[in-house]
Design a protein around this ligand. Structure first.
Ligand SMILES: [Cu+2]
Length: 139
């Protein structure tokens, strides 16, 4: 009789352990999802219906990266190079603007194409020029 009681207790204890473990992994999942959602918050801020994003170009990248916008929005990128002359090139949106250092260039377009687009540097800016990229996410 004592043995049966012992097995019943063991059974409950093991069930409790399993419940706790699955609870932990569920919590982890939840955190991951929050992290993904945080990444998809649109960049910059809306000003009179236009999403304005301040973008920095530098050796060798763009910031923020990715630039995230909502499909259908009017976009105004205010792009400044913080070091040498760069260019911002987004072929799918027919954007190609030269960025002399310290000068803020305004790039406006309608985000009517959904997807992830590469930003390229269009002016040779040094040894890392070929790998100077950013991303534009329209969703
Ligand atoms: Cu470059």
């Amino acid at each position: 009789m004592k043995e049966i009681l012992f097995f019943i207790l063991m059974f409950f204890w093991i069930s409790l352990c399993i419940a706790q473990m699955s609870g932990m992994s569920m919590g982890h999942h939840h955190e991951m999802r929050q992290e993904e959602e945080k990444e998809l918050v649109p960049s910059g801020e809306l000003k009179d219906g236009v999403r304005e994003v301040e973008v920095k170009a530098f050796q060798y990248g763009f910031s923020p990266d990715p630039i995230i916008v909502n499909k259908g929005e009017k976009i105004r990128l205010k792009v400044t190079s913080t070091d040498v002359t760069h260019g911002i090139l987004i072929p799918e949106y027919k954007i190609n603007v030269t960025l002399p250092p310290g000068e803020t260039k305004v790039v406006e377009f309608l985000a009517d194409k959904e997807g992830e687009f590469m930003l390229h540097c269009s002016v040779y800016c040094g040894i890392g020029h070929g790998r100077m990229h950013g991303r534009l996410i329209v969703r």
